[in-house]
Design a protein around this ligand. Structure first.
Ligand code: NCD
Length: 445
């Protein structure tokens, strides 16, 4: 079975750990001692292998660090950087493109503006594929770099308190990071620009997949200045499933709620990471620029809670992260970008099986049953890859069955609740089971 990295859940905890150990190894072998954590020189491990970078959206660091990583491993690259010059401009489908490129390269790295594009592409090729950003959906390799940066700073994720600032609605880096933080037991404090909070489907995944609990503002109000726009803090149970266990063994709801509030207050009192992101102007479409947007500078960080915070940013920055922090020891964003090379080297070596011990033969099992409806049931997200005109000729809709009321698009994660209750989960069912008298689910919802 070939392995892909479309979302971080494509990797098990052990695999993430081994990738990071391998990145450590590359840093030790090739680290530039005068300019850490830069790597220099090259190995011969990937000699004769080709990595293709297919970028349908602009990129500097992600594409160049993938290419640098492949070159440092001794391999070669085949880049299609200008979408205007590829066949996509002629209306070619993603499925056709990857089926062609797979005969030119051993590993594909795709960036595409449609949400879910990388999952769809991965399904159409036998070649391992890496998601380098699919619209406003996810950016898992940036998250690997983020987690690795924390690990190099000796920050354990469990119990870590992470402020996510900026465009949390359209910022794919914050979505992938939020999932990883929740998965590994960190607590999340969203500080969005106005109208740019985490999308519903991201909050849903935080709750259903990673057992995160939202603690609303009323319950931690006294921890904040009146003008701090924090609506909610997401806390992850400190021991997995602890909260649900407490409930089922008859603990009072009050006790559990009180524990969460205390946890949220502790989370706000001492912030370990301040993760800043830019306004994703290219995804605003008709939306107006937000009325307010958080700017992180020396003044913002002068509150005591940020005394030991690591300031991170996936870059590029615009005005949301002040240049006066470049000399501040809390700012780690350039290191974070530099770690992109050893981390991506490890990922390439793993996926190409140049280091077969890193990834196991099969991916982690899916969390939910799959449901493939007939053409009538469509994903309701207009930015989903399955709704692109170029992909409609072949793409089938595919959903995860979350519970008996909810299905989730397997490509973009947007959920929908058909009006009929789902009586019975039958992955092979040709049609969504509608109850008598209910209208069938309509396309476009
Ligand atoms: C990010 C992206 O492309 O999503 N950049 C990156 O890959 N480091 C962040 C951004 O563009 O704001």
């Amino acid at each position: 079975v070939k392995r892909d990295l479309v979302t971080l859940d494509d990797l098990s905890d052990r695999e993430i750990e081994s990738l990071f150990s391998l990145a450590d190894e590359y840093l030790a072998a090739l680290g530039d001692l005068r300019r850490p954590p830069r790597v220099t020189g090259a190995l011969q491990l990937a000699a004769g292998r080709i990595l293709s970078t297919l970028f349908y959206e602009s990129s500097t660091r992600t594409r160049l660090s993938f290419e640098a990583a492949m070159l440092r491993l001794g391999g070669q690259i085949l880049a299609s950087a200008d979408p205007g010059k590829t066949s996509a401009a002629k209306g070619e489908s993603i499925a056709d493109t990857v089926r062609v490129i797979e005969s030119y390269a051993d590993l594909l790295v795709l960036r595409h503006p449609a949400e879910g594009a990388a999952r769809l592409a991965a399904e159409f090729t036998e070649t391992p594929l890496i998601n380098a950003g699919d619209g406003g959906h996810e950016h898992p390799t940036q998250t690997l770099c983020d987690l690795y940066t924390l690990r190099r700073a000796n920050k354990a994720l469990r119990g870590l308190s992470v402020l996510l600032c900026g465009d949390l609605k359209n910022g794919r880096t914050t979505h992938s990071l939020a999932y990883a933080l929740a998965r590994f037991g960190a607590h999340i404090i969203p500080l969005p620009g106005s109208g740019l909070g985490l999308p519903d489907h991201v909050c849903r995944r935080l709750e259903t997949d990673y057992h995160c609990t939202p603690v609303p503002r009323e319950e931690h109000r006294e921890m904040l200045n009146a003008d701090t726009p924090l609506d909610v803090v997401y806390v992850t149970p400190t021991a997995p499933h602890q909260l649900s266990l407490l409930t089922s063994t008859g603990a009072t709801d009050d006790g559990e709620a009180e524990r969460r509030i205390q946890l949220a207050r502790r989370t706000l009192a001492n912030i370990d990471v301040c993760y800043v992101t830019r306004l994703q102007r290219e995804r605003l479409e008709g939306d107006l620029a937000p009325a307010a947007y958080p700017i992180v500078d020396k003044k913002f960080l002068s509150e005591r809670r940020y005394k030991n915070a690591q300031v991170m940013h996936p870059l590029p920055r615009v005005d949301e992260l002040a240049y006066d922090l470049d000399e501040d020891p809390r700012g780690v964003y350039f290191k974070q970008a530099a770690y992109g090379v050893p981390v991506r080297m490890a990922l390439i070596a793993g996926l190409l099986r140049l280091r077969p011990e890193v990834l196991s033969a099969v991916p982690p099992p899916a969390r939910y049953e799959v449901y493939k409806p007939s053409k009538r049931v469509r994903c309701t997200n207009p930015r989903c890859v399955t709704n692109l005109a170029s992909e409609q000729r072949y793409s089938t809709q595919k959903f995860w069955v979350i519970d008996s009321y909810t299905i989730r698009c397997a490509y973009c994660d947007v959920e929908r609740r058909p009006r009929a209750r789902i009586a019975r989960v039958e992955p092979s069912a040709a049609e969504w089971p509608a109850e008598p008298g209910e209208k069938p689910v309509e396309a476009g919802g």
